[in-house]
Design a protein around this ligand. Structure first.
Ligand code: DLZ
Length: 219
């Protein structure tokens, strides 16, 4: 074993300032206790480590992991149309459920309950139009059962999420745990009893900011 071996994500070497970014989180309502920890970790990291404005993080939910790619694609398209129209609420009344009611004091969604971004907080794009989402984080937890369902969903979701990112040109983070049992999932959400696990939502939050900045980079 190497002495300086760092298991997991090595932090970026440059400052990753997310203060002008707008991020969409889409999460599942399967395994919500674990999903909530992951969403919370991603959101907290973006706000506290990368200065993403809470009002620029929109959180929506879908039933299960299989639905994540479709929702990401649809909500990205809606946000791009609404941004071009200059709307402050990037989702409008698309009929998805609001995201989880997280314990942190920041807003969970601007869809219905949260106030739309203020002019100071709202990100604007070129020519005065507003800016659509700069990155999406798809969050879910798949736990293997006794049938082949797990394998099919894992394959479909990972391919689907990659496709949405490549087709749209907007980075979509693969925030889906694919675990053989509940213990593995708890540990990867930092919720294991021993406290030795690591919340992967933290990495997904940092990853979304880094990739959003890469997307926005000009030549
Ligand atoms: C059906 C199913 C099963 C068995 N397990 C999970 C799971 O562990 N995590 C998850 O997010 N979703 C699961 N689902 C639901 C599917 O993702 C999907 O919602 C349904 O098949 C309907 O398309």
């Amino acid at each position: 074993m190497l002495d300086d071996f760092h298991k997991g994500l090595e932090p970026a070497t440059t400052t990753q300032d997310g203060s002008a970014l707008r991020i969409l989180i889409v999460h599942t309502r399967w395994n919500t206790a674990i999903v909530q920890g992951l969403v919370d970790g991603a959101k907290k990291t973006m706000i506290e480590q990368h200065n993403v404005k809470p009002e620029n993080i929109v959180i929506e939910s879908v039933p299960g992991a299989y639905e994540l790619p479709f929702a990401a694609k649809k909500l990205l398209e809606v946000s791009q149309i609404r941004a071009a129209e200059g709307a402050s609420d990037l989702i409008g009344n698309v009929n998805l459920l609001d995201g989880l009611n997280l314990s942190s004091p920041t807003t969970t969604s601007t869809t219905s309950a949260g106030a739309p971004p203020t002019s100071a907080g709202a990100a604007t794009g070129a020519k005065g139009s507003r800016q659509a989402f700069d990155a999406v984080i798809c969050i879910g937890v798949l736990i293997k059962g006794s049938t082949m369902h797990f394998e099919y969903i894992c394959e479909a979701v990972s391919q689907g999420i990659m496709r949405v990112g490549l087709d749209s040109g907007v980075p979509v983070i693969f925030g889906v745990l694919t675990c053989l049992n509940e213990e593995q999932a708890l540990s990867r959400a930092g919720l294991d009893k021993a406290g030795k696990g690591h919340n992967h939502g933290i990495d997904w939050g940092s990853g979304a900011v880094e990739m959003a900045l890469l997307k926005n980079r000009t030549l």
